[in-house]
Design a protein around this ligand. Structure first.
Ligand code: FE2
Length: 303
């Protein structure tokens, strides 16, 4: 395989690797290190069945199963469909997934390691792809924070609430989402994670505070917590941390969910079709037991 870094704040393209083949453990470990180092990996020109996408993804950790059973690929509940397409008048997938800045699964006790997306229908207008995926480099954000802010974040934890993002999506005109019921909220209670998190693969610190889910810095009074979170959200929105991925049809895109935040750009219409299959890989190799906040570090990288 050939690795070509984008030369930007995130991203590398991995050429000459067929993800349909059954990769061995050392190949998977190589990819794990590349993923954490570059934050985003694109594997162009892939031809994968849903089964092969799942087999590749689950080599990195356990796959997430949405409790609502939403938008699953037929026969593969671990594969979610992100699409605005209709079949016999019915939506084939989730059409508004991820359309605001967030980190997937931050609201879960065991956080997510990586997202694996396979885009086979990509909307185009005037010869340019639509529906970009934007990401931010949270290793770099933490590194650049002023020393006094780093000091204030020391030992602090942040609560992440699924309902915050749900409500952000609901505020949009024409949103099909109903408010979460008490039962649905109980299925996903807020989770608590370190604000300055040690990345289990790079061993470096990331700011684990995303505008989509982070609701409170638990050790601070509410007004101070709100102020500091606003500051952190503003800081990470500086253009120097932004990387924009423009989709190529048949590419597999993977991003590091611990070291980045992301946003799905909603610039295409109902008639501009998009079809992406997605597996959410949980960080089960690194946060083994429920409630464990201290990651097991990636042995090969640390050695
Ligand atoms: Fe997402």
């Amino acid at each position: 395989m050939k690795v070509i870094p984008t030369g930007k704040i995130l991203g590398a393209r991995v050429e000459d690797l067929d993800l349909a083949t059954d990769l061995g453990p050392s190949q998977v470990d190589d990819l794990m290190i590349l993923l954490a180092t570059h934050g985003v990996l694109e594997f162009p020109r892939q031809t994968l069945s849903t089964r092969q996408l799942k087999r590749f993804s689950e080599k990195f950790g356990e796959l997430y199963l949405s409790p609502g059973g939403r938008a699953q690929a037929a026969g593969f509940p671990e594969v979610m469909i992100l699409s605005n397409m209709l079949e016999e008048g019915k939506a084939v997938g989730l059409s508004d997934a991820g359309q605001a800045w967030h980190t997937d699964m931050a609201y879960s006790n065991i956080i997510a390691l990586t997202n694996v997306l396979y885009g086979t229908t990509i909307p185009q207008r005037d010869g340019r792809p639509l529906g970009n995926t934007e990401l931010r480099n949270m290793h770099k954000v933490y590194e650049d924070l002023p020393a006094d802010i780093k000091q204030r974040l020391k030992g602090k934890t942040i609560s992440h609430d699924f309902n915050k993002f749900w409500e952000l999506m609901r505020e949009r005109p024409g949103s099909p989402r109903a408010p979460l019921s008490a039962e649905e909220r109980a299925q996903r209670p807020p989770a608590v994670h370190a604000a300055a998190l040690t990345h289990p693969i790079t061993g470096r610190t990331v700011l684990y505070a995303n505008p989509g889910y982070a609701v409170a810095i638990n050790e601070l009074p509410a007004d101070e917590s709100d102020q500091l979170l606003d500051y952190l959200f503003e800081f990470q929105s500086r253009p120097e941390y932004l990387y924009t991925y423009s989709w190529n049809k048949d590419s597999v895109l993977m991003w590091d969910n611990i070291g980045t935040t992301h946003n799905a750009v909603a610039d295409y219409t109902r008639d501009e079709h998009r079809y992406i299959q997605r597996c959410q890989v949980m960080a089960t190799r690194f946060y083994g037991e429920a409630g464990t906040r201290v990651p097991r570090m990636f042995a090969r990288q640390q050695a």
